[in-house]
Design a binder for this molecule. Structure first.
Ligand code: 5AD
Ligand code: SF4
Length: 516
């Protein structure tokens, strides 16, 4: 699904993303690969850093009250991990006495929690920083901060230092817990306060959080990524893979269940690597899901999966069903084994199809969705066709589709970006057409059926209509009393669209699944 489609389906509010503007058109070097393998040496070196777990986080007394009569506003870009980090940042600010505001003009602290995955995401942030500059003149107490993945990039920090003097603070994804000290320093000093690239091995358990809503909750199970796909900036911005201890995750999920949450999204950049870093414990994602399955909460999902580490035990556990949902988001990136190889995905088209077959055999009702990149360096028309044919063969029901964007410092950025932008756009359009058609096809069989919907709120387009998601993440719009918000209800589908279903409310689901 591209942004326009998500917008149409009412999943997101607005779109300003543009395609990468500066792709080289070096036709003469069309098939010349300048490929540098990922820095495994570096990965191994950082792997040796010991992971420390902390349960004793406390805001120092001297900082309490720092936010009295002050308000904060956070803009979040990028993935669900970032959204969840924003909940932690909001938790810390609230503990300091700050109040949240949606109005940027009345904020005393404005934070941009940024994403570095594609260049257009970064450009939006730079544009936004420009717009914020006049506010500094209006309000001398205002502090502007940049955090998230962009602040982990040296080039970004240098650019901000050089060009964006309205920024008071830059802090990285590993420095969120230091926010009280960073704010304190920013209030005391005229210099830009910068805290990035610190020790990445620590896990701090008891950071305060202000969760967004009380229906669905994000729970981190691991941080970082060691896969080093050649196009991806994440292993550099989020650091090495490190897993939270199972008992801490289980306790958090139990607590959320007891507080009335209905759905948990387990988060990690590569959740299938969960537990690989435990030295004292043979416990992986399958084991965790098997333990979480027994908690009395109706829905548990996880994201994002890497096909390489998706093991048989996990499939076996997911097949037990119950609160483990039969929707799996499985990014494939390309349908061509050659492209997968230069992406360093460490699986081939055939391996991927084998995995899909295993999953479908164990979970016949499964819905699969994916991520795809088009226009990777050297992608031929034939290789792109292989992506289309794989998409059909698997029967994906939705995809997030992207044009390749070179990220400085990644191995792919050193390859010649030799696919003309017109070709990339054309491939994206063809892919999106297929993605649309297959989504519409997948919706059709729902007509006349009754589905369970977790009601999230009013539809973004019509406040008289409620909206929610099925177990397989299909958006459903229907009329029902507002008291149904937060409940799981049965809805009969009367009409299907490409990206959503229209239905009639029947009743609240009697017993929200009780696990075995
Ligand atoms: N260019 C384009 N898309 C990218 N993604 C990650 N890095 C890049 C890049 N450099 C996509 C992948 C990933 C999703 C989160 O973003 O498809 O799964
Ligand atoms: Fe990026 Fe995901 Fe690969 Fe990690 S697993 S490097 S986050 S695409």
């Amino acid at each position: 699904m591209n942004e326009e489609q998500r917008l149409q389906a009412g999943v997101i509010k607005s779109s300003t993303e543009k395609l990468h503007p500066s792709v080289e058109k070096d036709y003469s070097k069309y098939f010349e690969t300048v490929y540098t393998p990922p820095s495994l040496k570096e990965a191994k070196r950082r792997g040796k850093e010991k992971i420390e777990y902390h349960n004793d986080y406390q805001i120092e007394d001297r900082f309490l009250g720092m936010g009295t009569n002050r308000k904060f506003h956070i803009r979040t870009y990028g993935c669900q991990m970032n959204e969840h980090d924003t909940e932690v940042i909001a938790g810390i600010l609230t503990s300091l006495g700050y109040e949240s505001t949606d109005n940027v003009k009345e904020a005393n602290v404005i934070l941009m929690n940024t994403c570095a995955i594609r260049e257009n995401a970064e450009n939006r942030v730079f544009g936004e920083l420009g717009h914020l500059k006049p506010l500094k003149l209006e309000n001398p107490d205002l502090l502007i901060g940049v955090c998230g993945c962009m602040s982990q990039e040296e080039s970004v920090v240098n650019k901000i230092l050089k060009t964006y003097d309205q920024v008071d603070m830059i802090f990285g994804t590993h420095n969120i817990h230091r926010l009280p000290n960073i704010l304190h320093e920013a209030y005391m000093s005229k210099e830009m306060v910068i805290e990035v690239w610190s020790k990445e091995g620590d896990i701090i358990e008891n950071l305060p959080k202000v969760r967004h809503g009380n229906i669905k909750a994000w729970v981190n199970i691991m941080y970082g990524c060691d896969k080093f796909c050649t196009y991806c900036i994440v292993p550099y911005t989020r650091g090495k893979e490190r897993s939270r201890r199972p008992e801490d995750i289980i306790q958090e999920v139990r607590h959320l269940a007891a507080s009335g949450y209905k759905e948990i999204m387990l988060l990690g950049q590569n959740v299938n690597a969960y537990g690989k870093d435990f030295e004292d414990l043979d416990y992986r994602l399958g084991d965790l899901m098997d333990d979480l399955r027994t908690i009395d909460i109706p829905r548990i999902r996880f994201t994002t999966s890497h096909p390489r580490d998706f093991d048989d035990h996990l499939i076996e556990v997911l097949a037990k069903g119950g609160n483990l949902l039969d929707h799996i988001h499985l990014p494939v990136q390309s349908g061509s084994s050659e492209i997968l190889k230069i992406m360093a995905r460490k699986y081939s088209r055939e391996h991927f199809l084998e995995l899909v077959n295993k999953i479908k055999t164990a979970i016949p009702t499964v819905t699969l969705t994916t991520d795809i990149i088009v226009g990777f360096p050297n992608e031929t028309d034939e290789q792109f066709e292989e992506t289309l044919s794989l998409y059909k063969e698997v029967g994906f029901e939705m995809a997030y589709t992207y044009i390749y964007s070179p990220r400085e410092g990644t191995p792919a950025a050193k390859m010649v970006d030799n696919i003309p932008m017109e070709v990339k756009k054309e491939r994206l359009q063809r892919l999106n057409k297929l993605v649309n058609e297959m989504s519409a096809e997948a919706m059709k069989p729902y007509k006349g059926k009754t589905v369970k919907v977790l009601v999230e709120g009013e539809s973004k387009r019509n406040p008289e209509v409620l909206a929610g998601y099925t177990e397989k993440s299909k958006l459903v719009n229907f009329k029902a009393p507002r008291e149904m918000i937060g409940k799981i209800v049965n809805v009969k589908i009367i009409d299907t669209k490409s990206w959503s279903l229209d239905g009639e409310f029947i009743e609240v689901v009697e017993e929200e699944k009780v696990m075995s």
